[in-house]
Design a protein around this ligand. Structure first.
Ligand code: PLP
Length: 395
């Protein structure tokens, strides 16, 4: 890349090598597009693992944040900041009656869910959490332990105990693993890092019934699926059930770092003063951004857009599948889409990028496509055109 070399060198010398890097320096973004350091533009159909769910630099978000920048940046959590209360109420109005704890990331929200659950169960000596194979819940020690993929845990032992893994979408195997010590069941209803694997209706409804019968908490990780990505504010709504605990992050902040732990009212007061905290959690700047995300979704009717554009995207992807034998299946819900390939998808991702489209490949063979929920029909058409050319080159 023409102008990136000194930046690549700085990274290689001074930044820990925790990320597989693509040689692309991004300097600007607007809506579904980004610009690189050489002025080349790309359609971003994988904006930050769903972080920029409203597209880049949504005007409502940038305005709300610049307004707040002139007032106060940080209010410590031993005082009150009016925006945090408003944001908590907003999240509750869209989910279920309960309370919210704010953190800075998804893993930290997952960690909070584990702590809440364990503390709630501690009086009955219950602490085991049933987790799903192939899941992903973040990178803290407890979160990698809950995660159902070996590659994230290797070399980090000893890991905390009490996490039991079962195959996804297999209710009987969950039942078989319940013990007197089981306290909760944790899952994503669409596994994101796991390769866009959608939970069956019967599975999720069965888990809800099981949790009711055995007095267990149903914890749903909506970090990737949440805030409109699947055409509902939260993906669990497709299943006609309500979780007891939900975790959010990624697109909740419109590009700013935030995580949220949401628990039903009867469980929410488990975490009392002194039992849990996060110094930066729910700061005014971040809450202003997040409130603007909800406002943008409401004013722009973006859930509806995600459903309409999601249907359109799925139709277009299925048409590609009919033409290319290397596409085995099209998976997902609305704007959380995956193409299962019979070959490694890396070369297709690279080819698409060189033609001006950013997408992702997970699990080697799954192309992941998650455009912003503001996406327009003509942007989908353009992306599909590029993907078509990239596929054509690799059959
Ligand atoms: C990304 C992700 C996390 C972790 O979030 P971070 O903000 O990276 O800590 C947890 N759960 C799911 C489902 C995710 O996709």
């Amino acid at each position: 890349m023409k102008n990136g070399n000194h930046i690549f060198q700085q990274y290689s010398k001074y930044v820990m090598p925790t990320y597989a890097k693509t040689p692309l320096v991004i300097v600007k973004g607007k809506g579904a597009r980004v610009w690189d350091i050489n002025g080349k533009t790309y359609l971003d159909f994988f904006p930050g693992w769903a972080v920029s769910g409203l597209g880049h630099c949504h005007p409502r978000v940038t305005q709300a944040v610049s307004g707040q920048l002139k007032k106060i940046l940080h209010v410590p959590n031993n005082y009150y900041n009016e925006l945090q209360g408003r944001l908590a109420e907003k999240i509750i109005r869209y989910s279920f009656d309960g309370k919210v704890f704010f953190s800075n990331s998804g893993a930290e929200a997952v960690e909070g869910a584990i702590k809440l659950t364990r503390r709630w169960g501690s009086h009955a000596n219950k602490y085991e959490i049933i987790c799903m194979n192939n899941s992903f819940h973040g990178r803290t020690l407890a979160a990698i332990t809950a995660t159902g993929q070996k590659k994230y845990k290797k070399g980090f032992g000893p890991l905390p105990g009490g996490f039991i893994h079962v195959p996804f979408n297999d209710l009987e195997r969950v039942e078989a693993k319940l013990t007197k010590k089981t306290v909760a069941i944790l899952l994503e209803v669409v596994q994101g890092e796991g390769g866009i694997v959608v939970a069956n209706k019967n599975f999720v409804r069965g888990l809800r019934k099981l949790c009711d019968k055995r007095r267990l908490l149903l914890i749903i990780d909506e970090v990737q699926t949440g805030i409109g990505r699947t055409g509902e504010m939260f993906a669990y709504k497709h299943y006609g059930i309500t979780p007891d605990v939900m975790v959010l992050a990624k697109s909740l902040g419109g590009g700013f770092p935030i995580g949220a732990l949401v628990a039903k009212r009867k469980y929410a007061d488990t975490l009392t003063p002194g039992t849990h905290a996060s110094t930066f959690g729910g700061s005014p700047i971040i809450c202003a951004a997040s409130l603007a995300v909800f406002e943008a979704i409401e004013k722009g009717r973006l859930l509806q857009n995600a459903r309409h554009m999601g249907k359109y995207l799925m139709k277009k992807l299925k048409a590609l599948k009919d033409r290319y034998g290397i596409i085995k299946d099209v998976r997902g819900i609305n704007l959380m889409a995956g193409l299962g390939l019979s070959i490694n998808g890396r070369a297709i991702v690279d080819e698409a990028r060189s033609k001006g489209l950013l997408i992702n490949c997970t699990h080697d063979t799954v192309l992941r496509i998650m455009p912003p929920i503001t996406v327009k029909k003509k942007e989908i058409d353009e992306a599909i055109g590029i993907l078509d050319e990239a596929l054509n080159k690799h059959i």
